[in-house]
Design a binder for this molecule. Sequence first.
Ligand code: UDP
Ligand code: MG
Length: 138
Amino acid sequence: MERTLSIIKPDGVSRGLVGEVIKRFEQNGIRIVAMKMLQMSKQQAQGFYAVHRDRPFFDSLTDFMSSGPIVAMVLEAEGVIGKNRTLMGATDYKEAAEGTIRRDFATDIEKNIVHGSDSPETAEFEINYFFNKFEFIN
Ligand code: UDP
Ligand code: MG
């Protein structure tokens, strides 16, 4: 059984899309095994997105990600890293497939509603960034 980190970004929370995103996970056989709402500091956002530190969008992205509350979740299912990325759609919502979260709701390449880990290695780092072992449902 695989796990991945999902985040509903500040735009998704402020636009009232938490239920909509969670509904899509539930309807696709994905189980939520940990969940919390929090607001990251700028520094926490920089640490989370450290792989992108040299990219031109890093400063704007970390401002955005620390601008309001997010919902962080650990999802569990067979192949859930890929499954979640499929439900999310491409980074740029204009290129995202129809029926994906980003195609349906994103307004901008940055403000694209959701985050999802992209490999087993990043999933492990990202899950541990937000959750400790006492915060999981068995
Ligand atoms: N992003 C951006 N401009 C870009 C590429 C990415 O603002 O040209 C933002 C966007 O919010 C994206 C995040 O940076 O979700 C992380 O980028 P990544 O390439 O990892 O995309 P993702 O894995 O989220 O699809
Ligand atoms: Mg990514």
